[in-house]
Design a protein around this ligand. Structure first.
Ligand code: NAD
Length: 346
């Protein structure tokens, strides 16, 4: 299972790649796709790795193959059919937008209470009286619905759709829906989006950097983030300060980091790693070096005196990854890093 944000980024990548292919682009580097998608290059590489796209980030991704891989991930094998409920202004616009698009997901039926609309064809989709909705949705095996009804009609329509077998709902209505947990609901709240845009426009477009989920960050962590943000300490100086032994030199000219992450699970390391992260880990394995290569990680500190083997050192040298070995455990090493950064500013 992947998060809804990942799925939504995949959809964005595919649309961008399709438009790039139409303008003749055949291959693209992760940082270029990242710029178009307004995410980091590491995010692009991580997402494409999640879906099993095996293109090489070093040589650039093959645009066509990448579109195919995203298609296998997003589309499944059978065409998925969608019902739209409420064929007013927005319903018309949605039907018009999706006419002739994405054969893997298609709006096949529309429903409305208005007798004037019954049995009309709107952008190629038959509009049917809403009293027939439950039976038709069940008979056609439709599992996805778009709600473009007024707020007061949304809950009742959603209940009927769910009891007819719908599993995912995209709702444009400004009303929260009470539905079973297993139903996926995506709210398209244009008003909230506009108000956010207006708010940040007034602030000159600045957004507070995201915290650890709730914004409820412990003071020590906050301080560490602030120390890292202000730090000019090169990784090799940090190694000296924490009593770690340098194994490989890293990037010519040295590197500073903006984040330190300690962990031993490859999936966690992949999530947290970036081109500004020092990874601290017990996991002295080739996998660690692969994570570093994939995410452009500048430095790894192995703890408990665990020494990297020759293959790991070679990989680190090939990728300019700085390796250091701390004789301390992970907890003590992180404490020493904190202390070294704190001392830098006092
Ligand atoms: P609209 O009044 O033009 O259309 C609503 C349609 O729903 C009508 O055709 C109506 O007959 C039908 N309807 C009413 N009750 C129904 C029911 N029980 N079952 C089936 N159909 C029913 O409204 P709109 O502007 O298209 O907006 C639709 C929804 O989207 C609203 O909830 C609105 O708040 C929201 N929304 C609209 C916009 C926009 O730009 N128009 C933007 C954001 C959100």
């Amino acid at each position: 299972m992947v998060s809804r944000k990942t799925v939504s980024r995949m959809s964005r990548y595919r649309r961008l790649l399709q438009s790039l292919r139409e303008s003749g682009v055949e291959s693209i580097y992760s940082h270029q796709l990242a710029r178009h998608a307004v995410v980091s290059a590491a995010q692009v590489r991580r997402d494409l790795m999640v879906i099993g796209y095996s293109g090489s980030p070093n040589k650039g991704y093959d645009v066509g193959a990448c579109i195919d891989s995203i298609g296998h991930f997003l589309d499944g094998t059978a065409r998925q059919e969608v019902a739209l409920v409420g064929v007013g202004n927005l319903g018309h616009a949605v039907l018009s937008h999706f006419a002739d698009k994405s054969p893997s997901v298609a709006i096949v039926a529309a429903f409305d209470v208005d007798p004037e609309l019954t049995d009309t064809l709107i952008h190629g989709v038959r509009c049917v009286d809403v009293s027939l909705m439950a039976d038709l949705v069940r008979d056609l095996g439709i599992e996805i619905a778009v709600l473009t009804v007024p707020g007061e009609a949304a809950q009742d329509a959603a209940d009927k759709l769910v009891s007819a077998g719908v599993k995912s709902i995209i709702s444009f209505a400004p009303t929260p829906l009470a539905l079973p947990n297993e139903i996926f609901v995506e709210y398209m709240d244009i008003t909230a989006a506009l108000e956010s845009a207006a708010y940040f426009a007034r602030l000159g477009g600045r957004e507070e950097p995201a915290g650890n989920g709730d914004g409820d960050i412990e003071p020590m962590v906050k301080k560490l983030e602030s120390l890292l943000a202000r730090s000019n300490m090169k990784l090799e100086d940090l190694a000296t300060n924490i009593g770690a032994r340098m194994v490989t030199a890293g990037k010519p000219g040295g590197t500073t980091v903006a984040k330190v992450y300690a962990g031993d699970r490859v999936s966690d390391l992949l999530n947290e790693a970036s081109d500004k992260t020092l990874l601290v880990s017990n996991l002295a394995s080739v996998q660690m070096l692969r994570v570093a290569e994939l995410m452009d990680v500048p430095g790894i500190c192995f703890v408990n005196g665990v020494e990297p083997d020759a293959e790991m050192i070679q990989l680190a040298e090939d990728n300019d990854t700085l390796l250091m070995v701390s004789p301390q455990g992970v907890f003590e090493t992180c404490g020493l890093i904190y202390q070294a950064l704190d001392t830098e500013h006092t």
